[in-house]
Design a protein around this ligand. Structure first.
Ligand SMILES: Cc1cc2nc3c(=O)[nH]c(=O)nc-3n(C[C@H](O)[C@H](O)[C@H](O)COP(=O)(O)OP(=O)(O)OC[C@H]3O[C@@H](n4cnc5c(N)ncnc54)[C@H](O)[C@@H]3O)c2cc1C
Length: 406
């Protein structure tokens, strides 16, 4: 067993930390208040190669491994959740799905510009009546000659108004006896006629990001925009979540770290009863819990990242990493506010933003309740992972860093 990070991992960590801490942290409060994404964020992440971090060089990526993706997410969310959300949808839920399921031709056309950050990608599974129960999707995909005609409305879509591409899941076979088998996945360019979209305002958190709706009214796409085979949409969506949840877990780990750093700093500065509040054992207990949950969350996500590198199925390990880290980050943010007392209750300090942001991650990419069902299902023998037709490729450094992957 080797828990050490490589020299390249440390370089990624340093590069992403500098971007997040030096370029975004100084302006994040302003954009959170305005409920807008800072306009430089996506172009700068593209320029730094973050948007293609764990994809082979031949597909426009940086040729790094899945641990590097986790480390980047940890650094991004240590500043603001909206930065990590970019990686969750652009990389975790979309680009890695293309890497796993798309044909070579589709990879050249869609994945390559995404990895270079020339096109921004999002993921459309949720609808107003279909959240945890994804098989209840009502959007439709009807075959018409060489095309598909897509209709329906997706809700709560991260980067809805920023993305160029969506990985969109709709019902292609309404007659399928099992509704899970009637779904298909499509890569759709969002400048096609019939696409409408907008942002949701008044969210509790992730305010410096875009979360919105995307509607399709008779949107026509060539049949070669189908990803995978007809009827494989549910399996593809679940495999996307194995990667998206990994980024959420790693990001929430960064949020716990941010809570810990803010809390230790403040407890050394604030005095009560003639001494630093850091001296009070009840304050120390809260700090100790943050230390414990940071270490555990980090081990959980890095185990899942290691399994991805080895090409091992990691649905269970990724689920437990996501469930633990997001619950723990919400608890850490709440305790961080408590340590800051009344000051933590205002936006003078970052901890109130951490709490608002942490709540979302307990809901998206599988609510904590859904992850409990998944874990109990494995333990009780109700749930097993069937092999997939296309597995996420294992990391092979030489292959990933050479110009020609094939
Ligand atoms: C900020 C944000 C960003 C998002 N980004 C995206 C995105 O980019 N793409 C996308 O497709 N979706 C996105 N979502 C949607 C998200 O994935 C869903 O909100 C999530 O899957 C939960 O669905 P729901 O909100 O419909 O809740 P519901 O499924 O209606 O659940 C409501 C409550 O019932 C509980 N519940 C449901 N079923 C069970 C059960 N079987 N047992 C026990 N309890 C249960 C849930 O745990 C929850 O507490 C985003 C959501 C948010 C908040």
């Amino acid at each position: 067993m080797d828990f050490a990070l490589s020299e390249e991992h440390r370089m990624v960590q340093q590069m992403v930390r500098e971007f997040a801490q030096k370029e975004v942290a100084p302006v994040i409060k302003e954009f959170d208040r305005k409920q807008e994404m800072a306009p430089f964020v996506l172009p700068r992440m593209a320029e730094l190669g973050i948007l293609g971090i764990c994809l082979p060089v031949s597909y426009g990526g940086q040729g790094m491994d899945y641990i590097a993706l986790g480390l980047a997410c940890e650094e991004l969310e240590a500043v603001d959740t909206t930065l990590r959300v970019v990686m969750s949808v652009h990389m975790g839920l979309n680009s890695l799905a293309l890497f796993q399921w798309a044909t070579e031709d589709q990879k050249q056309r869609f994945l390559l510009p995404q990895a270079r950050g020339e096109k921004i990608a999002c993921f459309g599974l949720t609808e107003s009546g279909a959240g945890s129960d994804a098989a209840a999707i009502r959007s439709t995909a009807r075959r018409a000659g060489d095309e598909y005609v897509l209709n329906g409305e997706k809700m709560w879509i991260s980067l809805a108004t920023k993305a160029d591409h969506i990985l969109w899941i709709g019902r292609s076979d309404p007659q399928a006896p099992d509704p899970h088998d009637g779904l298909s996945a499509f890569l759709v360019e969002l400048d096609r006629p019939g696409v409408g979209r907008g942002d949701i305002h008044g969210k509790l958190g992730v305010r410096a990001g875009s979360t919105g709706w995307i509607s399709f009214q008779d949107v026509r796409v060539p049949a070669d925009h189908l990803i995978g085979e007809p009827g494989e949409g549910f399996k593809i969506a679940m495999s996307c979540l194995d990667n998206g949840r990994y980024t959420v877990a790693a990001g929430a780990t960064g949020l716990i770290r941010a809570c810990l750093e803010a809390s230790t700093k403040y407890s050394h500065e604030r005095q009560a009863f003639g001494r630093d509040i850091a001296r009070f054992q009840l304050v120390q207990q809260k700090i100790a819990h943050m230390v414990q949950s940071y270490d555990a969350a980090r081990l959980f996500y890095q185990r899942a990242g290691w399994m991805k590198n080895q090409g091992l199925r990691n649905t269970r390990e990724t689920s437990i990493a996501k469930w633990f880290a997001t619950d723990a980050s919400f608890a850490a943010a709440s305790e961080a506010i408590q340590i800051h007392g009344a000051y933590g209750y205002s936006d003078e300090y970052d901890v109130e933003r951490y709490l608002r942001n942490a709540k979302g991650a307990v809901i998206y990419e599988g609510t904590s309740e859904i992850h409990q069902l998944i874990q109990a299902g494995y333990a009780l023998g109700y749930r097993q992972d069937a092999p997939l037709r296309c597995e996420l490729p294992a990391y092979e450094i030489q292959k990933w860093q050479q110009e020609d992957f094939h």
